[in-house]
Write a protein that binds this ligand. Structure first.
Ligand code: IMP
Ligand code: MG
Length: 363
């Protein structure tokens, strides 16, 4: 089980302060009764009432599980409401509202109470999971439908004491590699072997681009419109295409990115994309090949492929130099995170695969 930092102590405290101010402002001069739902809300309620700028009363009720008449049935009941709340302004303070089951129980027990007003305030809310239509008067932070821990919320009893909130990582560990190297370094060849060996999905930006344009997808047509004007396709469009490719392979063991990122901004966008998958880039692996050898390889390829840009030594040298100029920054980017690995790209295809495997096996 892995958890990653999700909401900082500062953000939580700011949110609680904002809620306290807003609620104080709305309630006017009534002395409210704040009711926390145990166990999860103890920390929120404690911080909330300290920030609440006016007199107030505080009490707690607790959700208890009973076995229903049919033993498979699990009935949840709120217990501990002993105070007379007739004519009072009551604000329920919840740590989190998820499906809304607890809230339904709150409304059930308050039906018989003759309160002046019943308001619902929750620090966290998962709109995607919410199945009821009770009004939520105050919501601190809306979060995606993922399990969180900390600030009163537990995972198997643990984690309630953390002042900040963590998110459960739901996806399996992925190996995500940025395969890097100048034109002619053998990226495509090696990617083909590595994807078989490690069951990874090979995403070649060039192929993704060509396919989107060929199939006239919305993103493909958008990209084409920039190209038609002679403009560079914005990073956002490219990363959206990659995101779609990543989404298509939701249960992948990992990805090999080839031809991307090319800029610092793209590297950051890729990081954000991986983050969304609860994952990260594991490594940038660069195939290192001497310029003279690249020139020989590309000239050789040019003889059979007929690609004009592979036929002229000067053009090849310019492409290689330009590649290094433009991408040096990426090497530094991944080096700073201890994720850069250079691999000797001269030798037989098998030898090079072997060298790459040595790096990947250690990730
Ligand atoms: P409900 O589905 O809105 O009734 O929420 C039920 C209860 O599930 C909450 O009071 C919490 O105790 C618990 N819960 C829901 N989501 C989370 C979470 O992400 N982390 C920890 N507990 C949660
Ligand atoms: Mg709760």
């Amino acid at each position: 089980m892995h958890f990653k930092p999700f909401i900082s102590e500062q953000e939580i405290q700011d949110t609680v302060a904002r809620m306290a101010a807003e609620i104080a402002n709305d309630l006017g001069d009534d002395i409210p009764v704040f009711i926390g739902i145990l166990n999860g809300s103890f920390m929120f309620v404690s911080d909330f009432v300290k920030k609440f700028p006016k007199p107030c009363e505080v009490t707690f009720i607790k959700l208890a599980s009973y076995e229903g008449l049919k033993s498979t049935e699990d009935i949840q009941r709120l217990i501990g409401l002993t105070q007379d709340l007739t004519g009072r302004t009551v604000v329920i303070l919840e740590d989190i509202i998820d499906s809304g089951k607890t809230l339904a129980e709150v409304h059930r027990i308050f039906k018989k109470e003759k309160v002046k007003e019943l308001k619902i305030a929750t620090l966290f809310h998962k709109p995607e999971a919410y199945k009821k239509d009770f009004k939520l008067h105050y919501v601190g932070i809306e979060i995606p439908n993922k399990f969180i821990v900390g600030y009163g919320l537990d995972f198997d009893g643990l984690g309630r004491d953390f002042p900040e909130v963590y998110q459960l990582k739901t996806t399996q560990h992925m190996t995500n590699i940025v395969l890097f190297g100048p034109p002619g370094a053998g990226k495509g060849t090696q990617a083909n072997f590595l994807k078989e060996k490690y069951h990874l999905i090979h995403i070649s930006t060039g192929d993704v681009f060509r396919n989107n344009i060929k199939n006239e997808t919305a993103l493909g047509m958008l990209a084409q419109s920039y190209m038609d004007k002679g403009e560079l396709v914005p990073d956002k469009v490219t990363i959206d295409m990659l995101a779609a490719e990543v989404e298509k392979n939701a249960d992948a063991k990992g990805f090999i990115f080839d031809g991307f990122p090319r800029t610092d901004a793209q590297a950051k966008a890729l990081e954000a994309l991986m983050e969304e998958k609860d994952s990260e880039i594991s490594a940038m692996i660069a195939l290192e090949v001497d310029d003279d050898i690249l020139v020989q390889r590309l000239l050789g390829r040019g003889k059979t492929s007929g690609r004009p840009d592979d036929a002229d030594e000067d053009i090849i040298r310019i492409r290689v130099t330009e590649y290094y100029n433009k991408t040096a920054i990426l090497k530094e980017y991944y080096k700073a995170q201890n994720k850069y690995f250079g691999v000797d790209g001269v030798g037989s295809v098998e030898e090079i695969t072997e060298r790459l495997s040595k790096v990947i096996d250690k990730l």
